[in-house]
Design a protein around this ligand. Structure first.
Ligand code: SAH
Ligand code: SF4
Ligand code: F3S
Length: 488
């Protein structure tokens, strides 16, 4: 299709990293139609809201954003232009009809499994208003996506698994993302090779239940995540591997062993437990006990003593008593988390827990959330403080909010802020460098480039020469040094 003018595309992403990945792929699908990324929805030719349905607040945000976008759409029309307004993602899947009814300014609604058909949908939407595409198609969207075109950056996401068959009683994901599906090994490795060739050093394998991965391999066998990680680690240019989100039931021996044996598998794991009470875990249909979880943590720490753990928690699940909540606090104390996310239980339409009689009052949820967050916050602070004085390898990903700063991640997923010269800023982005950690908050670390500091000491007066030297660091080999590990 020939285009004489670049069209402007604005995508706003809510929710999990799967949505972040999907948004990037939507941009890839639309690029051949002449759509290029825009910084603002104002004046854009197409705006896509890639939505999340996980909690009530998340879905309500979509309707308030649609109100704001309606004004931009009218403004554009008054100027003689058109703005296609699309709602994608999990709210689209769960509440497609409701969106078209409540927000007639929306031209297009499509679910997470159908966006490979976007070009055809855009054409149809131009002809008739309010088009809905939320089927779970038989063919996989992954087979119909173009190769990713955008610069992946130093740290890239790669979706390897979608959907969920676990049906936790509080969760909408099995309904919005459909049944579990693993991409074949060859497709994953091919995408990982392209990402590495385009400059991605760190790859995070994504899935709603990423460790339930069971991909078909070329030899006719089935690979689990442990084996897949080792194969991705062998790809030239890949220096760091992560995966998210995992379910405790699928932490098998091969995966735990990969943490101990492959240094490219980063010493950080997000392993949601939701609650420390066996009664609540059973009612949630998590299919494991608090003790099962603690034993997995033991095995992980045996394999990789410095592994940093993170989790999700829900407080105020229907029927949760003070004693149940106390069990959650005990589990948190026992594990010691580096980081965590905690939420008030939010009843979701269509899920079994939403219709339970014994819903917990809002003020009790508020109290429990505050108590849990205080404990988790103190643990995060302690973990970060323990890093001060250590040297950690940091993959510098992007400019910081303040001028003269780059932000990257430590092996333990902490954000690390580093001052750099204006010359260094451009050239050091994407480098994996040693940082001496000097400061810590509950959310991030700050420090100095070890190599740059030496150079500065050598030649304080010739700041131009220093800038050039710092600059040239970006060209050197970037390997994780042995100092990466925090000694216990
Ligand atoms: N697949 C992951 C989690 C996906 S959803 C897992 O099984 O752990 C991300 C997190 O949102 C969940 O871990 C849970 O803590 C939270 N969450 C999901 N549904 C929720 C609800 N109805 N109310 C509050 N929090 C919820
Ligand atoms: Fe939701 Fe449970 Fe599936 Fe996670 S495992 S996506 S919480 S149903
Ligand atoms: Fe939200 Fe859908 Fe992800 S509901 S958390 S965007 S899978």
């Amino acid at each position: 299709m020939k285009q004489n003018r670049k069209k402007r595309l604005f995508i706003k992403t809510y929710g999990c990293q799967m949505n972040v990945y999907d948004s990037a792929r939507m941009a890839d699908v639309l690029a051949p139609l002449g759509y290029a990324p825009a910084d603002s929805p104002r004046g854009a030719d197409m705006v896509i809201l890639n939505t999340c349905h996980i909690r009530e607040k998340a879905s309500e945000k979509v309707f308030s954003e649609l109100g704001r976008l309606r004004a931009f759409k009218e403004e554009r029309r008054a100027a003689g232009g058109e703005m296609v307004l699309a709602v994608a993602g999990c709210v689209a899947q769960a509440e497609g009809d409701e969106i078209l009814r409540r927000a007639p300014q929306v031209d297009l609604v499509f679910g997470p499994q159908t966006y490979h058909r976007l070009p055809e949908m855009v054409v149809r939407a131009a002809r008739a208003g309010g088009h809905l595409d939320i089927d779970f198609p038989v063919e996989s969207k992954f087979d119909h996506l173009p190769e990713e075109s955008a610069d992946p950056g130093a740290a890239a996401f790669l979706s390897i698994q979608e959907g969920c068959d676990k049906f936790c009683s509080f969760c909408v994901v099995p309904y919005t993302r459909g049944a579990e599906f693993s991409r074949p090994v060859a497709a994953v490795l091919a995408e990982a090779r392209r990402l590495a060739a385009a400059g991605a050093q760190e790859i995070t394998l994504l899935g709603q239940n990423v460790n339930a991965y069971h991909g078909e391999a070329a030899d006719g066998g089935t690979w689990g995540l442990g084996r897949l990680l080792r194969a991705v680690a062998e790809i030239e240019g890949v220096t760091r591997l992560r995966y998210t989100t995992s379910h405790p039931r699928d932490m098998d021996d091969a995966l735990i062993a990969a943490h101990g044996e492959d240094p490219k598998v980063m010493p950080y794991l997000h392993l949601p437990v939701q609650s420390g009470s066996d009664r609540v875990l059973a009612a949630m249909n998590r299919q494991h006990s608090a003790d099962d979880y603690l034993r997995i943590v033991d095995r992980l720490r045996l394999a990789r003593p410095d592994i940093a753990l993170s989790s999700d928690f829900i407080v105020g699940f229907p029927g949760e008593t003070d004693a149940d909540f106390a069990a959650t606090l005990r589990l948190v104390t026992e594990v010691g988390y580096a980081q965590a996310y905690s939420f008030k239980y939010s009843p979701r339409p269509g899920t079994p827990a939403a219709v339970e009689a014994d819903q917990v009052p809002e003020e009790v949820k508020t109290e429990r959330l505050a108590a849990l967050q205080q404990l988790l916050g103190a643990q995060a602070m302690a973990f970060n403080r323990a890093c001060v004085g250590k040297t950690l390898p940091v993959l510098l990903e992007r400019p910081g909010r303040k001028a003269g700063q780059l932000v990257g991640r430590s092996p333990y997923m902490q954000s690390v802020h580093v001052p750099v010269s204006s010359v260094g800023q451009g050239r050091l982005t994407g480098a994996l460098l040693d940082v001496a950690i000097e400061g810590a908050t509950a959310n991030s670390l700050s420090g100095r480039l070890v190599m740059a500091e030496d150079l500065i000491a050598e030649d304080r007066r010739a700041s131009k020469a220093v800038a050039a030297a710092v600059d040239s660091l970006a060209e050197g080999p970037a390997q994780a040094p042995a100092s990466a590990r925090i000694s216990a």
